[in-house]
Write a protein that binds this ligand. Structure first.
Ligand code: PEP
Ligand code: MN
Length: 339
């Protein structure tokens, strides 16, 4: 069950509700939202009458949650809950376009992408300092140096930075540099990583595992939410199917479904399912048309010589063209693009 607090309920009232929840033998999880706070009461089958909760000062209503994922469910909030990233947020009326190189290779490469994508309306820079690679012999990222380059790119451009964290031990370090911590597809069900991220107060971008169902993805989000971190952004990036004409299969149906069942913002990465830069714009457009809250696109100044994922990376010019093509599609679905 979710207890929705009134907009003006102060900290004392929130703490009082938490005490009452715990006194009933339930676990209380407080989720602080931009507009209002909710408290999830988890773990008990006994019926406690709704009136019991409604009589407590500051409580607006209670909502029974029937899905396995409690805090991620749209029953918590009929509207998408925006996730704040510094001065911007993902999940409002405008679309958030995030862009950057797959991998941070150098200061020069990262800055040139950051400047180009910012000039064309990107709201955040994404680049990997720690890369999960299929082969241990592939380039695995500049690690701490990569984090420093991202922080410098943020200082020079003002763009918040998003970067992947691979294991629980690295969360403290990545947290010091990143504005959003990314969980890659291969780690979607790394539960100790999810638990650890739940203890921090910066947003998490959670990518769908390549063979994960939507329910599994939402339960992975639940791990982060239930430890107290309300800032979860979901990212679809294609799954593995029998199709072999694209690198992965991007399910637009999954996007439409997610928008119905969760209040968390959902963005789409069109680059990894495409695997080929010529397929990125149509996938990006389809995602915007189907209601994505944003996109995360790989852009590289010299895709041919990129260390990782060059074939699917747009050039800065390609990104500029895509942004121009996305605007009328966004308008057609009553969204605009944040700048
Ligand atoms: C990436 O975002 O560059 C990446 C490695 O993505 P995924 O985890 O979706 O494969
Ligand atoms: Mn990549």
């Amino acid at each position: 069950m979710i207890i929705v607090m009134k907009k003006d309920a102060d900290e004392d009232k929130i703490q009082h509700v938490i005490e009452r929840v715990e006194s009933k033998g339930l676990e209380a999880v407080l989720l602080r939202g931009e507009k209002r706070n909710v408290i999830a009461a988890i773990g008990d089958k006994r019926e406690i009458p709704t009136d019991y909760w409604l009589a407590i000062p500051g409580v607006e209503k209670t909502v029974p949650i029937l899905t396995k994922y409690k805090l991620a469910s749209r029953e918590v909030s009929p509207r998408t809950t925006p996730v704040r990233i510094n001065d911007t947020s993902v999940g409002g009326d405008s679309l958030s376009i995030i862009a950057g190189p797959c991998t941070v290779e150098s200061m020069e490469q990262t800055l040139s992408v950051a400047r180009a994508v910012k000039a064309n309306g990107a709201v955040a820079l994404r680049g990997g300092a720690y890369k999960p690679r299929t082969s241990p012999y592939s380039f695995r990222g500049l690690e701490t140096e990569g984090l420093e380059i991202l922080a410098e790119a943020r200082r020079l451009t003002g763009l918040p930075v998003i970067t992947e964290v691979l294991c629980p031990e690295d969360v403290g370090l990545v947290y010091q540099y990143a504005d959003v911590m990314q969980v890659g597809a291969r780690n979607m069900q790394n539960y100790s990583l999810l638990d650890e991220l739940g203890r921090y107060d910066k947003p998490v971008l959670l990518k769908r595992g390549i063979s994960a169902t939507i329910e599994e993805m939402l339960l992975a989000a639940e791990y982060i939410l239930r430890t107290g971190n309300a800032g979860v952004i979901l990212c679809l990036r294609g799954i593995r199917t029998f199709e072999d004409h694209t690198r992965f299969t991007l399910s637009i149906g999954a996007l439409a479904h997610l928008k119905q069942v969760t209040h968390l913002p959902v963005i789409v990465d069109p680059s990894h399912p495409a695997g080929d830069s010529s397929l990125v714009p149509p996938l990006a457009k389809a995602a915007v048309a189907a209601g994505a809250d944003g996109l995360m696109v790989e852009v590289h100044p010299d895709p041919e010589n990129a260390y990782v994922d060059g074939a699917q990376s747009l050039t800065p010019e390609g990104f500029e063209k895509l942004m121009a093509e996305l605007r009328p599609i966004a308008q057609a679905v009553e969204r605009d693009i944040k700048v």
